[in-house]
Design a protein around this ligand. Structure first.
Ligand SMILES: [Zn+2]
Length: 413
């Protein structure tokens, strides 16, 4: 029997694999209140490389938390943003694979065969759930297929590599195209899904690039009404692809950099409820910031460490931001000097960092800089990790509350 992904799944995880219990607790609170939100611990190859950790550490942290808290529902470990070259070391530890083929988008290939095999995609498309009639031309389908077919072919090559190692049905497959320059429209998404079905990939989640900006750790930036319409049409395109092209019935959207996008959570929840659809929301990045908040809130050595991490991040801004250039927007003029921050109380530090937009001291630029600053904490080694143990209760309280109150509740309740 194949592993099927439950309706609501929630990407969790943290840079230093210390908060698995606090994250799972948020899912347990949802379950106690009648909503099943299944945790998927993820950590990308990029983050493993920056920190120097291995996929087995994520699996270990998840297993320990599940055992300790007595979680009897499913849970997963996601090899996030892997490709053909980087997937190997995730084979043992993971049962969910986010196949990243964004780099293959736009490597133009001849799509005439695809177009010939899919005359039904040309002309007026009536997709249940989409209020407008969508009209496509042969040239349009050829152009879209030409742009994405190389990426889909590569996804197939990576999928089969994993399938050979793990066996069909023993893992969940996601295809991600989010880290690219241009969003995909719902019609493009449908054409991509048809190509994925042709390629024989039993995809259960797809991560398109949505309209607007999904910056790390801060709110959505863009036209919420436009996003809402696109999200709704994407759900309809997925249902249509499932019904007509034999893709798994569990197929759903995956929202990457999904933490902290407070202004679109209500529209997402309403559309999911309207269509009875599922979703996967990746939120792992937000947890490291709650660690910092917990340390700062605790005061003492914790606050000293939080200030040191800010000062070092400030000094290494360019280097830290580089790998995340497409997913952060920092205004350097809004970054306080390390000298200023060193004079802050616990409350001032927490107010600047915690994602509470109603707080006048909240500083999104500082928050984004610290978001990419985990490399600084990684370099501190045990002097950082020991503090996570010392201030465990302050930190886990913040991790759980942030996930449950600010994420799970508005998204799923
Ligand atoms: Zn992503």
């Amino acid at each position: 029997m194949s592993i099927l992904l439950p309706r609501y799944t929630f990407g969790v995880g943290d840079r230093f694999a210390h908060q698995a219990e606090a994250q799972l607790k948020a899912c347990m609170m949802a379950a106690e209140r009648g909503v099943e939100v299944i945790p998927v611990w993820n950590k990308s190859n990029r983050e493993h490389t920056i920190i120097g950790s291995s996929p087995s550490s994520v699996r270990h942290a998840a297993d320990v938390a599940v055992h300790k808290l007595g979680w009897h529902k499913p849970y997963f470990c996601d090899a996030d943003h892997i490709n053909f070259e980087t997937v190997d070391r995730f084979i043992g530890a993971c049962d969910f694979y986010t196949i990243d083929v964004a780099d293959w988008i736009g490597k133009t290939v001849d799509a005439s065969l695809f177009v010939a095999e899919h005359p039904e995609l040309i002309g007026e498309l009536s997709i249940p759930g989409v209020s407008r009639t969508l009209t496509t031309s042969k040239e349009f389908v050829a152009q879209v297929a030409g742009k994405y077919l190389a990426a889909v072919t590569e996804a197939g090559r990576i999928y089969r590599k994993i399938e050979t190692a793990k066996g069909a049905g023993n893992f969940v497959t996601e295809v991600s195209m989010d880290e690219t320059d241009y969003p995909q429209t719902p019609v493009e998404l449908l054409i991509i899904l048809v190509a994925i079905a042709d390629e024989g990939i039993p995809i259960q989640t797809i991560a398109p690039k949505f309209t607007g900006r999904f910056n790390k750790g801060v709110d959505y930036v863009g036209d919420v009404a436009k996003f809402t319409e696109e999200f709704s049409d994407d759900i309809a395109a997925i249902a249509f692809a499932v019904a007509n092209y034999g893709l798994p019935s569990t197929l759903k959207l995956s929202v990457h950099s999904g933490s902290d996008k407070f202004s679109i959570y209500e529209p997402i929840r309403k559309k999911l409820q309207k269509f009875g659809a599922g979703v996967h929301v990746k939120t792992a990045g937000t947890n490291w910031l709650e660690e910092l908040i917990g340390l700062a809130e605790a005061g003492g050595d914790g606050l000293v460490m939080a200030k040191e991490i800010y000062a070092d991040s400030y000094a290494h801004e360019e280097e830290l931001c580089k790998p995340y250039a497409t997913v952060i927007d920092i205004d350097p003029a809004k970054l306080p000097s390390p000298g200023t921050v060193n004079g802050w109380s616990s409350e001032q530090y927490v107010n600047a960092l915690r994602h509470d937009q109603s707080c006048p001291e909240f500083n999104p630029s500082l928050r984004q800089l610290l978001h990419v600053g985990f490399k600084i904490a990684a370099k501190k080694g045990n002097s950082y990790l020991d503090l996570l143990d010392e201030y465990k209760s302050d930190i886990s309280r913040n991790v759980t509350e942030n996930l449950f109150e600010r994420h799970i509740k508005p998204l799923f309740f």
